[in-house]
Design a protein around this ligand. Structure first.
Ligand SMILES: [Zn+2]
Length: 164
């Protein structure tokens, strides 16, 4: 009865065996994210794993290097105070993104800022066109506003992103 550990553990922990997909394993971390990797057009073929932050990031990098799309979802919600704090932190970084021009929409950088602050990452592949705007829910009480503009001359992108 005592000391029973009910915590859901990372599916890629080394205490369990060989892990998933041959990616680097953690020792025995608690699970914090649900990572879905989509192959091809992703409609039929996908895998979902419950992982720790560390393995989630490794899997994501590995999947991206194979050209697969990845979405991550937090398993545990934040309190509204935590979420507010996380928004402020993420917004400080998002402002930096808006100060430089990008070769594309910088979705990897956006995703990195979102996930390191505890928000869900973006559904990719819905962003296209020279000018655009999107409004996407990334947390229980948090939405990302994203607008972009492709510069006529250089072909580079201007991005304005913030959470509210
Ligand atoms: Zn792990």
């Amino acid at each position: 009865m005592f000391g029973r550990d009910e915590t859901v553990r990372c599916a890629n922990r080394s205490t369990k065996g060989t892990g998933i997909g041959g990616i680097r394993q953690c020792f025995n971390n608690p699970a914090t994210v649900e990572v879905t990797v989509r192959y091809g057009d992703g409609a039929l073929e996908f895998d979902t794993h419950v992982l720790c932050d560390e393995c989630g990031a490794v899997l994501k990098g590995d999947a991206h290097s194979h050209g697969y799309s990845v979405t991550t979802k937090r398993l545990h919600g934040m309190t509204s105070a935590q979420e507010r704090k996380a928004r402020v932190k993420a917004n400080a970084k998002l402002v930096e993104l808006g100060r430089v021009y990008h070769d594309g929409l910088a979705l990897d950088k956006l995703d990195a800022i979102l996930s390191e602050n505890g928000f869900n990452t973006l559904e990719s592949a819905i962003y296209c066109g020279r000018d655009g705007r999107s409004h996407e829910q990334v947390g229980e009480r948090t939405w990302l506003s994203l607008t972009w503009h492709k510069m006529e001359q250089t072909g580079r992108y201007e991005i304005v992103a913030y959470l509210s």
